[in-house]
Design a binder for this molecule. Structure first.
Ligand SMILES: Cc1ncc(COP(=O)(O)O)c(C=O)c1O
Length: 329
């Protein structure tokens, strides 16, 4: 198998821990949490697994500036900017939205590590390829070598992050003698679920990979993930039976929109913090965890004795939404 180059960024393996108090109160399957929020402190989260491969490729191509994009509070942009300065590279972040003053959450960290921030409107963001091309040309004109990482590092390179995570999960399950029926995660740009789907097949895991989308809809994710997997297969020449690759997106939990959550999501974040000392965020993990709980309460996924929730990080996204908790105090 021709894996792309990989550099070590994440602290692996991450722990897999049972949520006994929360599971008992819910009365459903035993919920385990895979702590990918612990891949690092400042650069924590799922993106770090993907960046081991994306940045590995960038270094192989001689890059000295990493260019990527996302929403203003993008965890992926923050992780990329931190990794860049850790490696002595420059970073340029194309952020959808307006600057906030003073900077908060992820953007504060982007600023601290010296990323160059470029704010664009939603309309400009829709022409992302043109934006990337312009930024890359600007760096080339200065004699630099840019490397473009797509949104969420969700492409055939970034997929390797969660393909290889499946090997780790397999070892976790064997060590703990577990056969979880489902592994749940949030889907934002699809690369985590895409990697899990391939990794499950390659490493012979029985666990079904299920994701709750926090933006867009099921059809968008089905197309995106199927395309990424096909590109991955073509680039790395790996023989994989594409007919059995179920893309299990559970739609219906986007709520008021990307980055905005209903009050019950904030309640769930508070409950989990109180009962288990575990911190989720309102954009990704809180929304997905709340969705999982809602589904279990309605009787779905209760055929499993054990299930896993993949904690993909995102803690810094909590702070800019502090008012949502404050309102209720
Ligand atoms: C904290 C967090 N969880 C989950 C996701 C979703 O992962 P993916 O973009 O691979 O679908 C993201 C990014 O989009 C994220 O920042």
């Amino acid at each position: 198998m021709t894996q792309p180059p990989r550099i070590e960024l994440a602290r692996l393996p991450t722990p897999l821990q049972p949520l006994d108090r929360f599971s008992a109160a819910l009365g459903g399957p035993r919920i385990w949490i895979k702590r990918d929020d612990m891949t690092d402190t400042p650069a924590s989260g799922n993106k770090l697994r993907k960046l081991e491969f994306s940045v590995g490729q960038a270094l192989r191509e001689g890059a000295d500036v990493l260019v990527t994009c996302g929403g203003v509070q993008s965890n992926h942009c923050r992780a990329t900017a931190i990794v860049a300065s850790r490696l002595g590279l420059a970073s340029h972040l194309i952020l959808r939205g307006k600057p906030v003053s003073p900077p908060d959450g992820n953007v504060l960290l982007d600023e601290l590590v010296g990323a160059r921030l470029e704010y664009v409107t939603q309309t400009q963001y829709e022409e992302l390829d043109a934006l990337y091309a312009r930024v890359a040309d600007e760096y080339r004109a200065q004699g630099m070598t840019p490397f473009i990482i797509p949104v969420g590092a969700s492409d055939e390179i970034g997929l390797w992050g969660y393909i290889t995570a499946c090997e780790e999960l397999k070892a976790d399950f064997e060590r703990l003698n577990l056969r979880p029926g489902y592994l749940f995660s949030a889907a934002g740009s699809g690369g985590t679920l895409g990697g899990l789907i391939i990794g499950r097949q390659l490493h012979g895991l029985e666990t079904q990979m299920v994701a709750f989308n926090v933006c867009d809809d099921e059809a968008w994710f089905n197309t995106k993930i199927a395309n990424d997997i096909a590109t991955w297969q073509a680039r790395y020449g790996i023989d994989l039976d594409m007919t059995n690759l179920a893309i299990n997106i559970v739609d219906g939990y986007v709520g008021p929109g990307y980055g905005r959550a209903d009050p019950h999501v904030f309640d769930t974040i508070r409950t989990l913090a109180k009962t288990e000392g575990l911190i989720l965020d309102p954009v990704y993990t809180g929304k997905a965890f709340d969705a999982m709980v809602t589904e279990i309460r309605s009787g779905r996924f209760t055929d499993a004795g054990d299930v896993v929730f993949l904690h993909t990080g995102g803690i810094y996204g909590l702070f800019p939404q502090r008012d949502k908790f404050w309102e209720k105090l």
